[in-house]
Ligand binder design. Structure first.
Ligand code: ADP
Ligand code: MG
Length: 244
């Protein structure tokens, strides 16, 4: 579904991404791991069009998307969340998700009609799938950090993506919230057959969840494969032993 080939991106003369490679098959749950500064967010920004690569290709469903702007990439079926939560803090949880569904359907002008009854079922269904249905009338800004991040996933689901990309969905979370979030991601992948790509800096979080793991270090891809293969890779062992 997604193939990243030899991707490069520099900021002035600093090479943040230098030869990243990634494969995501339809229906897979894929993790990118690497220490802070490895280039994970930059890689995701390149895939979703927030940044343009200097070199290399990004193929989504066999089409080269590496020069497209974010809204066109979104329209092709890639939705993402950001490392820092991106919600409308003054709107209700329900409205946050409804806005995303309506904007995807180009109906957002109807949204502020007093009792917008559009996409109510779909909004409720998404909130139920992430476990936020009982908080749907809460003001988004009043949610706990963990629930805000979960709401962000729900907003991304409102775009009905083929590929869901999550940038450190567990950033800043307590161990309990992290466990719950990883369980949610696994459930979305298993039960809804979603294709999900996420990144994470803590190696222990992704084992047991991801079907395929890509390891990044200093902008490079060290290896991608099944968790066992990655765990046994000598370069990965060296990188993680050195880093800790
Ligand atoms: P990660 O998400 O793996 O922590 P990032 O992709 O955020 O890593 O960053 C990789 C490197 O690129 C870091 O050294 C970071 O400081 C640098 N970097 C990221 N974005 C920019 C930018 N807009 N300008 C300059 N340097 C950047
Ligand atoms: Mg990052």
């Amino acid at each position: 579904m997604l193939r990243v080939e030899q991707l490069h991106k520099s900021f002035d003369d600093f090479k943040a991404v230098k030869g990243a490679q990634l494969m995501v098959d339809r229906g897979q749950l894929v993790a990118v791991i690497g220490p802070n500064g490895a280039g994970k967010t930059t890689l995701f920004n390149l895939i979703t069009g927030q940044l343009q690569p200097d070199d290399g290709r990004i193929l989504f469903n066999e089409q080269d998307i590496s020069k497209l702007p974010p809204h066109e990439i979104c329209r092709k079926g890639i939705a993402r969340s950001f490392q820092i939560a991106n919600i409308f803090p003054r709107l209700s949880v329900f409205r946050n998700v409804q806005v995303s569904i309506l904007s995807q359907q180009k109906l957002s002008d109807k949204l502020f009609h007093p009792a917008s009854q559009i996409a109510v079922k779909q909004t409720n269904r998404i909130l139920d799938s992430v476990g936020l249905l009982d908080k749907k009338m809460d003001i988004a800004g009043s949610l706990s950090h963990g629930d805000k991040r979960t709401l962000e996933i729900a907003i991304a689901l409102g775009n009905e993506p083929d590929l869901l990309i999550l940038d450190e969905p567990t950033a800043g979370m307590s161990p309990e919230e992290t466990t719950a979030t990883m369980a949610l991601i696994k459930r979305l992948a298993d039960e809804q057959g979603l294709t999900i790509l996420f990144c994470e800096h803590d190696m222990n979080v992704v084992f047991g969840v991801a079907q395929s793991i890509m390891v990044m270090q200093q902008g490079r891809t060290i290896v991608q494969g099944q968790p066992e293969k990655v765990r046994q890779n000598s370069e990965v062992q060296k990188a993680y032993l050195r880093g800790e």
